[in-house]
Design a protein around this ligand. Structure first.
Ligand code: GLC
Length: 800
């Protein structure tokens, strides 16, 4: 008897063990092509494969009987599927699109992706492929020797993620460091590059996920989640650019931000009372340092109650904000999701009445501790939750706020552990915190977005968010969170912004100067210089830390920083045009070397990872070391115009350059036009801004389109914008420049200047066949400047 019992126990134990083991999907049992979707029944999995575009394939695997009926948080639009071409061979099925061959081996089911010319791009590991460990899902992929990995959003460390493992679980970890993981944002999308061919994988799963890019295995890389489906999109390039734009096709592109959001922004935890905010604003003006936005951190609130104003510190917020508006300053207050559990606070009362706070499964309200102490957390996955939030957002706009700074939205609570059992509506699907955690910030930002559209449909606003998930770009910009004033963090700020840019979020920046700690004046200057070339440009500082305003480091630094910020303002027309392009293409503004020069081995060098393109035409090589006055710069093949030194450099080599403290090395690409605006104290200060287009055309011709609109309304959607195009022949040839007015539905200053760099003085200049005397030639700089008044549809400049 005893023996039988022990045997039974032993058997039970075995079965428990085996159910805890990974189950691989086994062989193909049956398949069907049903309504454009290929359905496969395998031993341990159901599989669905569908084709969204010729280069985007969706693969779903489940170990359950049926696929979940679910809504994707990241992909909010639906796509018309393409009809696949299917071949059934004895050992494999082959699905073909115009750009890919997808081979599905039958025993066991393993999938590999080939280019049309037969190159293997990506393949399942032969033995493991997709696996399930109860609820946990994983996909094991063959790892190739030269394969590199990029993207995955806001991650620390090198740009190439190979050899490391990362977790996606939005986390508030102040003063993270080079190896710390995870941080605030989760973007389950990465780019693989094998033999210079790029593909992307977007794993559409919001649960806590892991991506292992060959950390502790030279055989496979894998990604997976603790729950949910193995539901991923395979995106083929082979260009990195195409992978990124395809990803934005799926998860959405940014909306055109208000132009002022591209200006310099100053923050501090916290500026108060109202008189201090006004003093700061006036000081910027008095010192002639451009500024568009001041942030109000948590002290503006009444004991940290969200949507309230402290009566003593800000007795008349509307009046204060109006006064600031007159100075050309916008105000952005911090907004934390936790609503103080104070039954006498009207926002709390309304929230309870409307039943919008997240609850435990027993129906009681969840309370987590944050700044206001114990707080309720709105359920933004519920329409009523977003509407409730939106009404409060509207009230803040009525007071005069121009945008919102969503913080603590991981969601962060003291103790770091928001209980997993807390329930959310999940758009009617009812889920717990495990599924919603990573999308909480996304949905909070969406609440703002919906409120803007509902209450102020023709005005542009700005939301800055700390946390996020794939798709956040549609609703908010991100900054890289609570960094530290040291060199390592200067480098992290650079790489994290590049990582986010590769992952669909173009509107990104860091706390310039470092949130925690005291930067040296040199570090502060170098960080400011990086800030000029990040789409979001804000200096911030933690409570009880040193000030980070431009004047906080003495006169000499102030002088240098003024020029740095002025440079940013001169570049705003160029940057705004890049933003406009992004709204259409989905391509980022910060473009890593591997994106613009994918076929150049040097783009993959560790040393060169800190250089990037700022939009189409500028390559920046920011100085990442506070004490150095020289740095090694690599310029890809071709000719480059060093904007500081006013010299042409032959690329295809690296060289040691002098980088004096007041200069940030940046280079204009051959065949480019770069518009420079006038110096302004804030965006829109000069109503009729005069633009100067620098034209650098050595071996390559210029074809540049430039966009104008009012910068603050959505009238451009109804066609109220203008656009010009500059077409310029190579400078060395005869020489003809055409400036076309493609569209003329928004009034802009038709008087422009065109500066041809590195050129000789022509004998004669004709504009629209008339001799032009309105030019100057600087023989030392070899710069030719012509003033042109655009008219008609086409303006021709001819050099004789
Ligand atoms: C968080 C934010 C930081 C802010 C602080 C106080 O740490 O990341 O930017 O200043 O909270 O609100």
């Amino acid at each position: 008897m005893k023996k039988i019992f022990i045997l039974l126990l032993f058997m039970m134990n075995i079965s428990v063990l085996s159910s805890d083991d990974f189950k691989f999907i086994g062989k193909l049992i049956d398949f069907k092509l049903n309504d454009k979707v290929l359905t496969i029944k395998a031993e341990n999995s159901n599989i669905e494969i569908s084709i969204l575009f010729d280069n985007i394939i969706r693969l779903r695997y489940t170990n359950k009987e049926k696929f979940e009926t679910k809504r994707s948080y990241a992909i909010e639009q639906s796509f018309e599927l393409l009809t696949p071409e299917l071949k059934n061979l004895p050992d494999e099925l082959i699905l073909s699109t115009k750009e890919l061959e997808i081979k599905i081996k039958k025993n066991p089911v393993r999938i590999s992706f080939f280019s049309k010319d037969g190159k293997l791009i990506n393949a399942d590991d032969e033995s493991f492929g997709v696996a399930f460990d109860n609820d946990e899902v994983r996909s094991f992929k063959k790892l190739f020797d030269d394969e590199k990995f990029y993207g995955l959003g806001e991650k620390t460390g090198e740009l190439n993620r190979r050899g490391k493992q990362f977790v996606l679980w939005n986390t508030d970890h102040p003063a993270f460091d080079w190896n710390w993981d995870p941080v605030y944002v989760s973007i389950p999308f990465f780019i693989g590059i094998k033999e210079k061919l790029a593909y992307g994988i977007f794993f559409d799963n919001t649960y806590k996920s892991t991506f292992n890019f060959g950390a502790s295995s030279n055989r496979f890389f894998w990604f997976g989640a603790e729950k949910g489906e193995m539901d991923y999109y395979f995106i083929y390039g082979p260009d990195v650019k195409k992978v990124v734009l395809s990803y934005s096709e799926l998860t959405g592109k940014i909306e055109l931000p208000p132009k002022w959001a591209l200006g310099f922004q100053q923050s501090k935890w916290s500026y108060y009372p109202d008189s201090e905010v006004i003093d700061i604003a006036k000081k910027f003006r008095r010192k002639n340092i451009p500024l568009d936005v001041i942030y109000l951190d948590i002290h503006y609130m009444n004991e940290y109650r969200v949507f309230s104003w402290d009566k003593n510190r800000f007795p008349e917020p509307k009046k204060t904000l109006a006064e600031l508006k007159d100075l050309g300053i916008k105000i952005i207050p911090i907004i934390d999701p936790g609503v103080k559990a104070d039954k006498n606070y009207e926002v709390t009362i309304k929230g309870i009445e409307k039943d919008v706070f997240a609850k435990y499964p027993d129906g009681s309200l969840y309370q987590g501790e944050v700044w206001p102490s114990w707080s309720y957390f709105p359920d933004f996955t519920k329409k009523e939750g977003r509407e409730f939030w939106g009404e409060n957002i509207k009230n803040m706009i009525d007071v005069g706020c121009a945008g919102f700074w969503n913080d603590m939205n991981e969601p962060a609570v003291w103790g770091q552990n928001f209980p997993d059992i807390v329930q959310f509506d999940d758009y009617g699907f009812k889920s717990n915190h495990k599924k919603i955690h990573n999308v909480y910030a996304l949905e909070m930002a969406k609440a703002n977005f919906e409120a803007f559209n509902k209450y102020f449909p023709n005005k542009r606003f700005f939301t800055l968010s700390r946390a996020g998930f794939s798709g956040i770009q549609k609703y908010a910009a991100n900054w890289t969170g609570d960094n530290v004033a040291n060199e390592e963090h200067l480098r992290l700020a650079n790489l994290m912004c590049q990582g986010m840019s590769l992952s669909g979020q173009p509107f990104i920046g860091s706390d310039v100067g470092g949130f925690i700690g005291v930067p040296s004046s040199r570090l502060y200057i170098r960080w400011m210089q990086l800030g000029v070339f990040t789409p979001f440009f804000r200096a911030h500082s933690a409570v009880n830390q040193s000030d980070k305003e431009p004047w906080s480091f003495g006169d000499e630094t102030e002088h240098i920083v003024r020029h740095i910020i002025e440079l940013r303002y001169q570049l705003i027309p160029y940057l705004y045009n890049e933003f406009y392009n992004t709204t259409i293409t989905g391509l980022p503004i910060i473009r890593p070397m591997i994106m613009e020069n994918q076929n150049d081995d040097n783009s993959y060098n560790w040393d060169n990872q800190y250089q990037f393109f700022f939009g189409e035409n500028i390559l920046v090589s920011p100085v990442m070391s506070e004490n150095e006055n020289t740095k090694r710069i690599y310029l890809p093949e071709g000719k480059w115009y060093d904007f500081n030194k006013k010299a042409v450099i032959d690329g295809g080599k690296s060289f040691l350059a002098d980088v004096p403290l007041y200069q940030i090395p940046f280079f204009i690409k051959d065949g480019s036009a770069v518009p420079f605006g006038e110096k302004q104290l804030f965006v829109g200060e000069k109503k009729e801004e005069k633009l100067t287009f620098y034209i650098f055309s050595e071996d390559k011709e210029v074809n540049y389109k430039f966009y104008f609109d009012d910068g603050e309304t959505k009238d451009y959607r109804k066609g109220s914008f203008s656009q010009i195009q500059i077409l310029s022949e190579n400078m060395k040839k005869g020489k003809k420049v055409l400036i076309k007015i493609l569209k003329n539905d928004f009034a802009f200053n038709h008087k422009i200047s065109v500066v041809f760099v590195n050129t000789n003085k022509p004998e004669e200049i004709l504009i629209n066949n008339k001799k032009c005397d309105n030019y100057s030639f600087n023989s030392e700089l070899k710069e030719l400047k012509i003033d042109v008044e655009l008219s008609g549809k086409e303006n021709e400049i001819l050099f004789k």
